[in-house]
Design a protein around this ligand. Structure first.
Ligand SMILES: Nc1ncnc2c1ncn2[C@@H]1O[C@H](COP(=O)(O)OP(=O)(O)O)[C@@H](O)[C@H]1O
Ligand SMILES: [Mg+2]
Length: 614
């Protein structure tokens, strides 16, 4: 119910359309009914030409249907007595009215469902985009996609097929109940005891169906997750010849969905007979009661019969409500899955009273920072200053926490203890967007979008002119290869930039950072994945990028950080050495050992892994 009420908020802007669609629905039903009532007498008139006979029955009473018309209209009809084309025209007119009503209802509801779909997707996607890396660490992307696609589609179905019939049929039930009350209040009270017998199963079945739908949608999400993952890693799947294995994973997920769907079909299959049995039994009980009343109290049977007919008429809308509850169940289960995402509060967000970061002027400061992802400490009491205009390097064995430190600067994660400040302001007190505007991150695995080269370079700077894009590309030593691409800057580079080499991708990332012109740079092994040849280009581009900026550089290859003003050696989450290249070599400690290892031919395995081509 809570979910449905929340969905109604999305319907609110379209109340006009919904009401119009509803009116169309009533017109449709009414023209259908009137036409059915009039068909016999009308046809008789066509063949006999006897208007009186069409309107009045043998006792001189107005026939059913005609009594709905005002007497003046009947009067004017009498004037048409000899106009034979009157009936054919009536047929055409009522069909046209029906057609208009049908079109209006279908189109308006369709438009409403689609508009709601846009709003829902926008809200859910917007929420997803703001969730922090910590959330994505533990969530399958495929499942999220499925919430935006298949769950959203279920909600669309609910709006299109569920909402209006729900209104229509429940209104019908209410009207008929009211009618019962008017006819005989005491009997109506008895009926109130009986009707719930028919309504209760609808509600029960709907709840059951909703639970199953919810599991079904989750299973659908799991299917998507398997597909998404296998496709994202298609190279690995094929390289390991693991196609059959992935197929089995899909089959397993699909089987789970199949199981839930079986239950869902079963529920829907047994629902109708169950409801019919219960409903008709209720009617039978009522009938027995009425018969007893007539027998014992000499009540008027005609009165009871009308009453009974009203109850019987209630049966049809009740049955339809049962069918509508399918859409209701599946749709609200799906809506729940969507709202679940909308409702997540990102753990990294603007604090109340967050302020904008003024232009960077002093230093980035790690103050006794400790950090853990899931309980095991990754950083333990790190203190480090990155003063404006300087290059500070982080080196150390894999897993020592270098990337983790880098991630703290743009606040992808928050410190567990201590604080990280920029110009003396704790990053947790800053507006996230203002912080991230001043930090550019270039990492080992650059992400490029499947758009043109120019759009990729301008990704963080939508207002850049083509000249600025070119200038950035040129400065990043990317122009030469871009000019050789089939369409130059307009070449679309494939998903994740697959059509480019690692070095080319990296140079585009550098051009992107150059164009963005943020004063703070975080370079996380930006050249580590490259072969020696491309590394040289990329390193030159990086040197251009670092000029005049403040940078925290993580490097695998120590030769690239020799000129840093400060080099810190990180080991097991602690800075164990710090100094310039010369002082550290002189100190003959860990750095000196690492450096010797990379340049010592006696340890070729380490040396070659350091210069690992890719
Ligand atoms: N998202 C994460 N969730 C949990 N643990 C992580 C995550 N990322 C890294 N770690 C762990 O934190 C430690 C430091 O990792 P990282 O900072 O990437 O090291 P480095 O960049 O120095 O190689 C490692 O033990 C790693 O397993
Ligand atoms: Mg790393």
């Amino acid at each position: 119910m809570k979910t449905l009420r929340r969905l109604l908020r999305y319907v609110r802007p379209h109340v006009g359309a919904l009401v119009t669609a509803y009116v169309c629905m009533i017109v449709l039903a009414a023209t259908g009914a009137v036409f059915a009532l009039l068909a016999g007498p009308l046809l008789k008139f066509v063949f006999t030409g006897d208007l009186h006979d069409m309107i009045y029955d043998s006792r001189g009473q107005l026939r059913t249907g005609w009594d709905l018309l005002p007497p003046a209209a009947i009067e004017s009809l009498n004037g048409l007595a000899d106009v034979l084309w009157f009936v054919p025209v009536l047929i055409v007119v009522s069909t046209v009215i029906q057609g208009i009503a049908q079109t209006g209802q279908f189109f308006l509801l369709g438009r409403m469902a689609q508009s709601i779909l846009i709003a829902l997707r926008r809200d859910a996607f917007g929420a997803m985009l703001r969730l922090s890396p910590r959330f994505y660490n533990t969530t399958a992307h495929g499942d999220l996609l499925s919430r935006l696609t298949s769950d959203a589609a279920q909600v669309e179905q609910l709006v299109f097929y569920g909402l209006a019939p729900l209104l229509r049929d429940s209104l019908a039930v209410v009207v008929l109940l009211a009618l019962c009350f008017v006819m005989d209040a005491k009997l109506a009270l008895v009926t109130f005891v009986v009707v719930p017998l028919a309504v209760l199963p609808i509600v029960r079945f709907a709840r059951w169906l909703k639970r199953v739908s919810r599991r079904g949608q989750a299973a659908q999400g799991a299917i998507n997750a398997v597909c998404y993952e296998a496709l994202a890693g298609i190279r690995v799947v094929q390289a390991f010849a693991n196609e059959a294995h992935e197929e089995q994973r899909l089959e397993k997920a699909a089987r789970k969905y199949y199981g839930e769907m079986l239950v869902s079909y079963f529920i829907r299959a047994v629902r109708t007979p169950t409801m019919e049995t219960l409903g008709l039994s209720a009617l039978a009980v009522l009938l027995a009661y009425l018969a007893r009343e007539v027998r014992l109290n000499q009540a008027d049977p005609a009165h009871f019969i009308s009453f009974f007919v009203a109850i019987v008429l209630m049966y049809d809308p009740l049955k339809k409500l049962g069918n509508t509850s399918d859409f209701l169940a599946a749709g609200s289960a799906a809506a729940e899955r969507i709202f679940e995402i909308v409702d997540l509060t990102p753990d990294i967000r603007d604090a109340a009273g967050a302020r904008a970061l003024p232009p960077f002027s002093d230093a980035v400061r790690f103050e006794n920072v400790s950090f853990d992802y899931v309980g095991t400490p990754v950083l333990a009491g790190v203190t480090l200053d990155v003063p404006k205009g300087q290059m500070v390097a982080l080196v150390g064995p894999s897993g020592s926490g270098k990337t983790t430190m880098a991630n703290l600067v743009p606040r992808f994660y928050d410190v567990t203890q201590g604080r990280l400040s920029i110009d003396g302001i704790d990053v947790r007190e800053l507006e996230l967007a203002s912080l991230r505007r001043q930090v550019s991150v270039v990492s080992q695995d650059t992400f490029l979008f499947n758009t043109s080269v120019a759009d990729n370079i301008a990704y963080g700077s939508p207002n850049a002119t083509p000249e600025q894009v070119r200038a950035a590309a040129k400065a990043a030593y990317a122009e030469e290869f871009i000019d050789k691409l089939p369409k130059g800057y307009e070449t679309v580079i494939g998903e994740r930039g697959v059509t480019l080499s690692g070095g080319q991708r990296q140079r585009l990332a550098i051009a992107r950072a150059l164009l963005r012109d943020a004063p703070l740079l975080v370079l996380d092994e930006a050249t580590s994945a490259l072969d020696v040849e491309s590394e040289r280009y990329v390193q030159e581009a990086l040197d251009v990028l670092m000029r005049g900026r403040t940078s925290l550089v993580i490097a695998h290859r120590l030769s690239t950080v020799r000129r840093a003003s400060l080099i810190c050696v990180l080991k097991e989450g602690k800075i164990i050495e710090r100094g310039t290249h010369e002082t550290l070599i002189g100190a003959a400690g860990e750095y000196a050992r690492l450096y010797a290892m990379q340049f010592d031919d006696k340890e070729p395995s380490e040396a070659s892994s350091a210069a690992r081509p890719s």
